[in-house]
Design a protein around this ligand. Sequence first.
Ligand SMILES: Cc1cc2nc3c(=O)[nH]c(=O)nc-3n(C[C@H](O)[C@H](O)[C@H](O)COP(=O)(O)OP(=O)(O)OC[C@H]3O[C@@H](n4cnc5c(N)ncnc54)[C@H](O)[C@@H]3O)c2cc1C
Length: 81
Amino acid sequence: MSSVQAPTRHKVVVIGSGFGGLFGTKALRRAPVEVTMLAKTTHHLFQPLLYRVATGILSEGEIAPPTREVLSGRDNARAAR
Ligand SMILES: Cc1cc2nc3c(=O)[nH]c(=O)nc-3n(C[C@H](O)[C@H](O)[C@H](O)COP(=O)(O)OP(=O)(O)OC[C@H]3O[C@@H](n4cnc5c(N)ncnc54)[C@H](O)[C@@H]3O)c2cc1C
C-alpha cells in the first residue's frame, strides 16, 4: 500500500520587520510558500513618524504596531522572534 502526501510548500524566512521585511512578506501573499518573519522586536517601527513621538504628538504604540497584528489575516505568514 502506498501513501500519497500533499506537496510541501517551500518555506521562506524573512529577517527583520522593517519596511523591507514587511513589504517582502506582503509581496508573497499569494505565493505558494510559508513565510516566517524573524525579527529582533515584536513590532514594526514606522520610523518616519518618530519625530511625532519625540514631540509628544503620538504615543509609541501609534507608530509601532505589533507585527503579529500587521500580519494577521495572512494565511501563509507568521511572525517569530
Ligand atoms: C527618523 C527617521 C525618519 C525617516 N523618514 C523617512 C521618510 O520620511 N521617508 C522615507 O522614505 N524614509 C524615511 N526614513 C528611512 C526609512 O525609515 C528607512 O529607509 C527604512 O526603514 C529602511 O527599511 P529597512 O527594512 O531596510 O530597515 P529597517 O526599517 O531599519 O528594518 C530593519 C529590521 O531588521 C531588524 N534586524 C536588524 N538586525 C537583525 C537581526 N540580527 N536579527 C533579526 N532582525 C534584525 C530590525 O529590528 C528591523 O526590524 C526615516 C528614517 C528615520 C530613522
